[in-house]
Design a binder for this molecule. Sequence first.
Ligand code: 9WO
Length: 249
Amino acid sequence: MRIDVVALFPELVQAVYRSGITGRACERGLLQVRTWNPRDYTSDVHRTVDDRPYGGGPGMVMKPEPLAKVIDAVLADREDRPEVVYLSPQGRMLQHQQVMQWVQGSGLVLLAGRYEGVDERLLQSRVDTEISIGDYVLSGGEIPAMVVVDAIARQLPGALGNADSAAQDSYVDGLLDCPHYTRPEVFENRLVPSVLLTGHHQQIARWRKSSALGRTYERRQDLLAARGLSAEEKILLNEYIEEQTESMK
Ligand code: 9WO
């Protein structure tokens, strides 16, 4: 997998492959991340990448020409025809399913904007997909680009220490993750749920599924509605709700 990131602050993006799972994926050669600075594709002495908005108003807009040049340089440097993704609050919301589709491909070109955004004509001519990582505005697209790299990297076969953890991830099943506990058994008078101490794997799996369903029901009704519940899952969810009601007495 190769991901090229076009950004005015490449140092920021480079942090993503210096540590953790993404760093290891790069060391193992599963992932290659390259950064490209549009400023290196300017031709004036000031290396100008931004200009005032037509129509007036505050702030600056990223000029189309340096971005076109840098994206074309990236594409010329690759043998495949990667999807070009622009990170912006106007994009379609990033979903796990989209991440898994990208994992199947050979890589991406990520465009991180700055200032008030990118000239619309550049988006029309060079960008395939506009993606948002959430409903908030940041100071640039670099951190969202890192989010995309991280989400992809941990799904690459061989990236994780424990090969099974990615399959058990939150969202894989369309549900939120169950709660996790480690030692000690008592922390500030709070106990670990007793079923987890029994070593009864079937009951533990049942409790985890029930907790995952319960939390999703409490926190993300939208996920449950989109996914639906099997007859077995309805029983497990009812068990959770009854248990909660019981402990409130
Ligand atoms: C800045 C601004 C200032 C005054 C009035 C309006 C304004 N809009 C913006 C703005 O949206 N700037 C963006 C900064 C331009 C594109 C890159 N930037 C960005 C990307 N901020 N947040 C994101 C982003 C990307 C993906 N998912 C969530 C947020």
